[in-house]
Design a protein around this ligand. Sequence first.
Ligand code: DC
Length: 229
Amino acid sequence: MPMNIAIDGPAGAGKSTAARMVAEKFGYIYVDTGAMYRAMALYMLREGIDPADQEAVEAACGAADISLEYRDGVQQVLLNGENVTHEIRTAGVSRTASAVSAYGAVRVKLVELQRKLAGRRDVVMDGRDIGTAVLPNADLKVYLTASAHVRALRRFKELSAAGQADVSLDGVEAEITARDKQDMERTISPLKRAEDAVLLDTSDMSLEQVVSELEELIEDAGSRGCCGC
Ligand code: DC
């Protein structure tokens, strides 16, 4: 059976960077499920479909063929055959992804794809509902979080470093808080800590500390799952 590591948590908690690093260390693939919801959001934006119109989004989502590929170990997201890995990283796509991810038909489609990937390969998968809904039998579940202020500060620094001078720290914090609310209060698979998930509050932790904590947890999970040979 492949090893399945589930990492959930709110936006900006540092899941993707830490998950990518530990996946590389253990030779697992890293699956960023948020990128799939982002690709779906991009599809709706391009088609001019109002993300608030559930019926229209659910009717259209079947035509969005979303898949993942790995180039030099780095996840690439394809939308109907086109590589959209970079295009999905905008504030507009973030907001739309949070909106469309609340709809059942969108989730059913993407969860199926996520489970297929985890059934075939050792994975570190991050998202909002991996431990609670996608992989309820994961070998290890981690809920990674940090205060909204710390998360906003991290995101703000990333955006500033990327030359996006048109954003303010307060604006980033407001966006993060709004997305938390939307992701935590939706009816289907809301963001929440699975009962058996290890809680890691990274507010006062460096990336190196988070990675080393995760590595230890994965090693422990690996030895628990081993027959003892
Ligand atoms: O991880 P991210 O910020 O790229 O995710 C974008 C949005 O996608 C997030 O606001 C909620 C949604 N999402 C989800 O509902 N379930 C997941 N497993 C991953 C992301």
